[in-house]
Write a protein that binds this ligand. Sequence first.
Ligand SMILES: [Zn+2]
Length: 340
Amino acid sequence: MAEPEQPKGDPIQGLRSVRAQSAAKEFLQHALSGGRLSTALLFEGPDGVGKERCARALAQCSLCLAKQPDGDACGRCAICRAIDAQKYPDVITLARTLDVLTQQEQTGADLKSEIVVDKIRELQRERLSYMPHGAIRWVIVRDAHELNANASNALLKTLEEPPANTHFVLATHRPSELLVTVRSRCQRVRFATLPESDVIAILASRGVEAALAKEAAKWAEGSAGRALAMADPELLASRKSWLERLLAALRAGKPGAVVEVSEAFSKEAAAKEGDEVLVVLEMLERYFRDEAIAAATDARKSTVLAARSQLVRQTIASLDSNLKAQMAVESMLVRLRDVR
Ligand SMILES: [Zn+2]
């Protein structure tokens, strides 16, 4: 059975259609209207907060046929609509999962785990070697930290001698993983986490039911992307039940309970796609953090809870370095129990 198609959300209609991010938007609008926009921009900030959306809105501002008095795009002209639909030839998205020429999602054998140098060469040969159709051309690099070393160096050459009238936007939530030489070529624009109300509104625009949107947003740390991934009732229920079981094992105080739950949890997580251990541990960290804030008037209790939240955060960081999940969760629970 085919998956029901998820609504695309609100159309991109200029910078005003990008939620929150007022500092980034203000800076970009002024730089664009004053002709001071750098050729290469680095959009950095958490995943799923609207960096790529903002890049498209900025492209609309520079190409719109009926610009508003404040410099924002109209959002309704043929070019604005084509950019929103990702069908405008002068706004090119480069991503691990996208074909440079057709801008279509790639699947199967074509899909690489990083952005490879062939994609940059293809971009240079098939797109950048021609003049843009309009006044300005945009290249948006999604998840720029996925550029591998060769691709980064190839892109660096292009940034050093950019083709005429071409702007680059490198979007990333892991800026430190970019080559220093690439980073130093770019003007940095910082993006912040979204207020929970904006995350809920974005989910609503995607057709997520209100109660579920609220619950998903609660665990999403200001990221609409994360909240969307959370907004699956079955998945959310399973994650919350693991959170409860981990907390119950902590309360039980018997070493057996900790071993048992760590084993069951990591076994089930390994059978699932994505990083279930990471997501549930992030929920656990958030749980302790919220409890610490709620217990603010009780200094001792609040300190214990904050220490627990810190410990979970350390475990999350160690997971990135490929520690075996079961061992990591087990040792975390043992240490959490000892924080009192
Ligand atoms: Zn327009």
